[in-house]
Write a protein that binds this ligand. Structure first.
Ligand code: SAM
Length: 198
């Protein structure tokens, strides 16, 4: 598997979740559901809880992550339930999106790259949303002090208003911040944007 520290961190977590059959959507995934219709790309999909639910609702979904445990689980569910859901194991640090999608989600992903790659992947996402389609992006932002899941020197905390700035020219449907306590008196600060390409 990929030697990346963050991917190993999540793969261990996903092994535990698969063994416990724990597949609940997180609040960010719940909030993204209404915007993900038609052909959908879920980048950094994790265990695929969102991708599976979106496919169950009739969308055609490509779900990409580097975690072998997560992708094997997604492929198993897709096969069992005969869903239009393709699980792809890939390292997103050098991945190119090859077709246009009605909607693209990247929830809790882009901060796991250095600044240059995070912004390059964000632009790649923006280029591959069809006109009228939606992007749903959730990232950790400055003010976050919980850094244990990052590879040292290999992450990017977005500026507080950076997502809104980078979606200038799009119709912003939602732009919200959430702060959660984390171990050892640290915090995670998230920004989430839902934007429609005009
Ligand atoms: C915070 S989790 C979010 C998962 C899911 N989107 C969710 O909301 O639960 C971050 C995900 O990004 C994936 N990831 C991190 N770095 C990656 C990389 N270089 N290539 C592919 N996936 C990566 C991890 O494996 C993990 O599944």
């Amino acid at each position: 598997m990929d030697a990346n520290h963050s991917v190993r961190f999540f793969d261990n977590q996903f092994q535990k979740q698969v063994s416990e059959q724990s597949f609940a959507l997180n609040p960010f995934e719940e909030a993204a559901l209404p915007y993900l219709t038609g052909s959908v790309l879920d980048l950094g999909c994790g265990l695929g809880n969102l991708a599976v639910e979106v496919a169950r609702r009739g969308a055609s979904v490509v779900a990409v992550d580097a975690s072998p445990t997560a992708v094997a689980h997604i492929q198993r569910v897709a096969e069992q339930e005969k869903l239009a859901l393709q699980g792809v194991q890939a390292d997103l640090s050098n991945y190119q999106i090859d077709v246009q999608f009605d909607s693209i989600a990247a929830i809790g992903l882009l901060m796991f790259f250095d600044r240059a790659r995070a912004l390059e992947l964000l632009e790649e996402i923006q280029r591959h949303v069809k006109p009228g389609g939606c992007a749903v992006i959730n990232v950790l932002i400055e003010g976050t002090t919980f850094l244990g899941m990052f590879q040292p020197g290999h992450y990017y905390l977005f500026g507080r208003d950076e997502l809104a700035q980078r979606f200038a020219g799009w119709q912003v449907l939602e732009h919200v911040y959430h702060t959660f306590p984390a171990p050892e008196n640290t915090e995670k600060v998230f920004a989430t944007i839902v934007a429609r390409k005009v």
